[in-house]
Write a protein that binds this ligand. Structure first.
Ligand SMILES: [Zn+2]
Length: 482
């Protein structure tokens, strides 16, 4: 028999209980224990054929060596080049470049040897689905894309990432948004952290494992999606097409922490009526802006109440569930009292709260504010729910996916990552809630850089997250026979 023996890596071969031989071999990776190869020892010992050889441990050792090769092959310059190519496509949510980005990623998936499914999403039919999560951008077309690798004999790990980005906006940039500038150890550009960096890590983790000759017993699905920023069209359509798995990681910017829960976010519109008159007779009219200010104060009080006792996973945030108005339009002439305010904003949904309950709270707060005001009592504010409707998403802190990602991170960093919640909506709620795929967020970059001018991501985090993904894929999908 062959016995792996103690961690020194010695191997013993015996033939029916006599003529014991032992030797050792190292795989060449500093810090790793020597690997053992049954065939090597057998040939050394002259036992031919070896009797009762247990080959499995040797194969696992060989697979571990290949994973170590993959880890060593993760290089910053490759990641920076991959990310810069992604940043060069200005894939603003709903723009034609969203489709261009999907075709770019499809070429990259094929280049690293994955099988791909690239399909045109029937936007109208998808939007008509009763469970459709909402959409804010007007789209003529949208594309779905999944790359697959592995034998499918074990677990299927989904790596999900969105190619769409929010518009760069005109102010505050010192870097060119689409140039992928590299300086101060960071890559700069719109989408650098949210979340083209995560996509680059996913691509190169798979490439490193494949190039190192690792074979998977299970399967990796790399889901590249559009429309995350405006509701989740891409992930929804991908799940509807049947691309699902046993566990999933979305590489949104978490600074290498494991996010096991995400708050929800509901887009709303308030229409506040007034009565227009000539500005010289202001007192004869009703100023819709003043009425809006009254309603806004009520929303601030509601926000305070909703954040009084947040879920423990959210305890680290000053304001886990904000209510924020992002666009405001009033009046139509400088010398007229404005007859209407249209305010569009976002309501944070608490962990464990239903979308209906959250909507009800806002609607009741607006109704109470209207009841307080003589004009609004007879001309009430209307509340509309439109665009992205993100329910909260959550897996248990000790879920298998959380433990696997944390363990992979610990193997790279030597310490366990923090596990926490995040105050923003994500596709987690679609994967976890709609498809039942336990999902966490884990990726490079800081969400505070997302949607902001001069968005950037540290190169060091790209390398660390990619190495964690290498470990995770190997652990979750199990190395197959080499
Ligand atoms: Zn994102």
């Amino acid at each position: 028999m062959v016995d792996l023996g103690p961690p020194c890596g010695s191997v013993w071969v015996s033939r029916d209980g006599f003529s014991w031989v032992h030797g050792r071999i190292t795989c060449g990776h500093p810090g790793r224990r020597p690997s053992t190869f049954a065939w090597w020892t057998a040939s050394l010992s002259g036992v031919n054929p070896p009797l009762n050889v247990r080959t499995r441990p040797g194969l696992e050792e060989r697979a571990a060596c290949r994973v170590a090769d993959a880890l060593a092959a993760v290089r910053a310059e490759d990641l920076v080049a991959e990310l810069r190519a992604l940043l060069a496509v200005p894939s603003v949510t709903g723009s034609a470049a969203e489709s261009e980005a999907q075709h770019h990623v499809e070429r990259r998936l094929r280049a690293i040897g994955m099988d791909t499914d690239l399909w045109e999403i029937d936007v109208a039919a998808t939007a008509a689905d009763p469970q459709f999560p909402g959409m804010e951008a007007d789209r003529d077309e949208a594309w779905g894309l999944v790359g697959a690798w592995g034998d499918g004999q074990g677990s299927t790990l989904v790596l999900n990432g969105h190619v769409d980005v929010v518009p760069p906006g005109g102010v505050g940039w010192t870097a060119e948004p689409w140039a992928g500038q590299v300086r101060d150890g960071r890559v700069w550009g719109r989408g650098a952290c949210d979340m083209k960096a995560g996509l680059a890590c996913q691509l190169l983790a798979v490439r490193a494992l494949r190039d190192a000759g690792v074979r998977l017993r299970g399967r990796v699905l790399l889901q590249s999606v559009v429309g995350e920023e405006d509701g989740g069209l891409g992930t929804f359509a991908t799940l509807r097409r049947g691309h699902r798995g046993d566990l999933a990681v979305i590489c949104e910017p978490t600074r290498g922490q494991v996010v096991s829960a995400t708050a929800g976010a509901l887009t709303f519109r308030l229409v506040v009526p007034g009565r227009s008159v000539h500005a010289s007779a202001r007192l004869e009219g009703v100023d819709a802006v003043e009425k809006y200010v009254h309603v806004r104060a009520a929303l601030r009080r509601l926000e305070e109440r909703r954040n009084a006792a947040p879920h423990p996973l959210m305890a680290g945030y000053r304001l886990p569930y904000p209510i924020s108005v992002g666009t405001l339009a009033a009046g139509n002439w400088a010398s007229s009292v404005p007859d209407r305010v249209v305010a569009e904003g976002r309501l944070g949904v608490a962990l464990g709260e239903t979308v209906d309950d959250a909507r009800g709270e806002l609607e009741r707060a607006v109704a109470a504010a209207c009841a307080d005001d003589p004009w609004l009592r007879s001309h009430p504010v209307t509340v509309q729910w439109w665009g992205g409707q993100f329910a909260p998403g959550q897996v248990e802190p000790d879920a298998g996916v959380t433990r696997l990602v944390a363990a992979a991170h610990a193997r790279v960093h030597g310490a366990a990552p923090a596990v926490l919640g995040a105050p923003y909506g994500s596709d987690q709620r679609l994967l976890t809630g709609l498809a039942g795929v336990p999902t966490v967020l884990y990726g490079p970059g800081d969400v505070r850089q997302a949607h902001a001018p001069d968005e950037s991501v540290p190169v060091g985090e790209l390398v660390e997250v990619t190495r964690t993904l290498v470990q995770l894929i190997a652990a979750a999908c199990g190395p197959g026979p080499a």
